[in-house]
Design a protein around this ligand. Structure first.
Ligand code: GLU
Length: 485
C-alpha cells in the first residue's frame, strides 16, 4: 500500500556522527533548519551523534548575535546537539598544520601567483576562447631564492587527468573530470584556510561519518574528496539533499517570504508544526503528512530523500500548524503564547492585562473554543482579545449592526435571567439562553449572535456559552448592561 511503507531496516554501524555546519549569517534560514533537522533525525534514528560546528572563519560576517541566532533557532525547533558547538575559526592552527602536512607529503605546493598574473592568465584564456583553468607555474618547481619572502598561498596539487567520483546516497555516483577541478587554494596568503580545507579537516577530526547537506555543495564534495585522498583519510558518506524552491519554482529566497526560523516563531508557528513541515521538504514516508517526532525518528532514513527540489508551500505549513494547535494541550499552548507575547507589538500590555483579573485562567477556559479556529498562536491570541478588552467595548461595525433595538430588548431580558443563574458554567448558561429563546419564540442564532456581539464586540468568537463562562458573571453582566441601558 502506497501510504504504509515498511520501516527501513536500520543497520548503521558503528553509530553515525553527523553535523550541522552553518555559517553565521544572522539567522537560521529555513533551508539550514531543514538540513539541521535531517541530520538530527538521522542521528536520533540510528543512535548516533548530532554535532554542531559554526563555520565562522569569515570574520567580517561573524558576530555573537549571528551565532546566538543559530543556537536560538535550533533550540526553539528542539534540535539539541551533542557536546559543545565547535568554532571553525578556533581551529585555525590545526588547518595550518594540515596544510603544512600536505606540503610535506608533496600533495600541495606554495604558489606565488599574484592577482595581476592571474588576471593576465584569465584574459589570455578569454582571448584564445578557452575555459580558464589555473595552471600555476609553481606547481612543479619549488620556490626559488628570489621569491622566498614573497606572499604565497598553498594550493592542492590536484590530479590533472582521470576522474573523481562522488558517491552520494541521494544523487547516486556523480563523476567529475579532474581536469575541471584546478589546483584550488587551501591556505590563503594570510594563513587562513579556505572553506574546503577547513571542512575536510574539521569533519575528519570530529569523526563525521555522514555529511548530509544541500545539493549546492555537491561540486564542493569533489574538491573535498581530493583533499581526503591527499591525506589518505576516509571519505564520509554523502547525502546531498535537494534544494527548496518557492511556489514559483525558483530557488527559495527572501522574496518568497522565506526568512529565518525566528520569524516563524514570531508569526505564531509551533516548532512541532515547522518540524513536521520541513521534514516533508525532500523526504517522504509514503503519503504520510502528519508525523509525530517519535514516528519521524523511527522512519527517517536517507533512502526516503528524493532528488527533485521541494516546493515551499505556506498554505500547507499553516494547515499543519492549525492541526498542531488543535492537538496541543492547554498547558503547552499557554507556554507558546507566553513565549510569543514579547514578539508582538502590544505584547507587554497584553501580558499585563492577562496577569490582572485572572486573565490567564480565563484564557485557558477559552482555549478549547479558540483552538479549532486558529491557524497560528497569534490567531489564538487575537481570538482571545475579548478577554483583555476593556469595557465599554468598542464594537466592530458588523457587531454593532446586530445590536438593534429588538436585539437589545432581548438581551436586557436575558440579562435578568442570567443574574439568577445557579452557577456560571457553560452548560447552565446555555440552558438559560435556550429556554429564553423558546419562550420568546426566537431562534437560538437570533439571540446568540447579539449576545456574542455584546460580550466580545465581534461577530466571530468561541462558542458564546464558553465566552460567558470564561468572562465570569460580573464581567459578562456588565458588558450586557453596557449595551442594553
Ligand atoms: N558552512 C556551509 C554553509 O553554511 C556548510 C558547509 C558544509 O555543510 O559542508 O552552507
Amino acid at each position: 500500500m502506497a501510504n504504509s511503507p515498511q520501516t527501513a531496516a536500520k543497520d548503521v554501524s558503528p553509530a553515525p556522527v553527523v553535523r550541522f555546519a552553518p555559517s553565521p549569517t544572522g539567522f537560521l534560514h529555513i533551508g539550514g533548519a531543514r538540513t539541521a533537522l535531517f541530520n538530527w533525525l538521522y542521528a536520533k534514528a540510528n543512535d548516533g551523534q548530532f554535532l554542531l560546528r559554526i563555520e565562522d572563519t569569515d570574520r567580517k560576517r561573524n558576530n555573537p548575535e549571528a551565532v546566538a541566532a543559530i543556537y536560538d533557532g535550533l533550540k526553539w525547533l528542539g534540535l539539541d546537539w551533542d557536546g559543545d558547538a565547535v568554532s571553525q575559526y578556533a581551529r585555525a592552527d590545526r588547518h595550518v598544520e594540515i596544510a603544512e602536512a600536505l606540503l610535506a607529503n608533496g600533495n600541495a605546493y606554495r604558489c606565488c601567483l599574484t592577482t595581476d598574473e592571474l588576471n593576465a592568465m584569465r584574459k589570455q584564456a578569454e582571448a584564445e576562447k578557452r575555459t580558464f583553468k589555473i595552471r600555476s607555474p609553481w606547481r612543479d618547481k619549488g620556490l626559488d631564492e628570489t621569491r622566498k619572502d614573497q606572499p604565497f598561498s598553498v594550493r592542492l596539487k590536484a590530479p590533472q587527468d582521470g576522474e573523481t567520483i562522488v558517491h552520494d546516497e541521494v544523487q547516486g555516483d556523480i563523476t567529475f573530470a579532474n581536469q575541471d577541478l584546478d589546483d584550488f587554494i587551501i591556505l590563503r596568503s594570510d594563513a587562513t584556510p579556505t572553506y574546503h580545507l577547513a571542512v575536510v579537516v574539521d569533519d575528519h577530526d570530529m569523526g563525521i561519518t555522514h555529511v548530509i547537506r544541500g545539493v549546492d555543495h555537491l561540486n564542493n564534495a569533489a574538491r573535498q574528496n581530493l583533499i581526503y585522498a591527499a591525506l589518505d583519510w576516509d571519505i564520509p558518506t554523502y547525502a546531498h539533499v535537494p534544494l527548496i524552491h518557492g511556489a514559483d519554482g525558483a530557488k527559495l529566497s527572501k522574496r518568497h517570504g522565506a526568512l529565518g526560523v525566528e520569524s516563524y516563531r514570531a508569526d505564531g508557528f509551533l516548532p512541532e508544526a515547522l518540524r513536521n513541515y520541513l521534514v516533508r521538504l525532500g523526504w517522504s514516508h509514503g503519503d504520510d503528512e502528519i508525523m509525530s517526532t517519535q514516528q519521524l525518528i523511527s522512519w527517517f532514513g536517507l533512502d526516503g530523500i528524493g532528488k527533485s527540489p521541494a516546493r515551499f508551500d505556506t498554505q500547507k505549513l499553516e494547515d499543519l500548524n492549525a492541526h498542531y494547535i488543535r492537538e496541543s494541550t492547554n498547558e503547552d499552548l499557554l507556554e507558546h503564547i507566553r513565549a510569543v507575547l514579547p514578539e508582538i507589538e502590544d505584547g507587554n500590555t497584553l501580558a499585563d492585562k492577562l496577569t490582572k483579573n485572572d486573565g490567564w485562567a480565563k484564557l485557558e477556559m477559552a482555549l478549547p473554543g479558540l483552538k479549532p479556529r486558529a491557524k497560528t498562536v497569534l490567531a489564538v491570541l487575537d481570538g482571545a482579545r475579548f478577554i483583555t478588552d476593556q469595557r465599554p467595548l468598542v464594537l466592530e461595525p458588523k457587531a454593532a449592526k446586530l445590536l438593534d433595538d429588538d436585539a437589545k430588548g432581548h438581551l436586557a431580558q436575558l440579562k435578568t435571567r442570567l443574574e439568577t443563574a445557579s452557577d456560571w458554567q457553560a452548560a447552565t448558561l446555555e440552558a438559560i439562553v435556550r429556554s429564553y429563546g423558546e419562550e420568546a419564540d426566537i431562534k437560538l442564532g437570533k439571540i446568540a449572535q447579539p449576545l456574542r456581539a455584546a460580550l466580545t464586540g465581534r461577530t466571530v468568537s468561541p462558542p458564546v456559552f464558553d465566552v460567558l463562562a470564561a468572562l465570569g458573571k460580573t464581567e459578562s453582566l456588565a458588558r450586557l448592561a453596557d449595551q442594553t441601558v
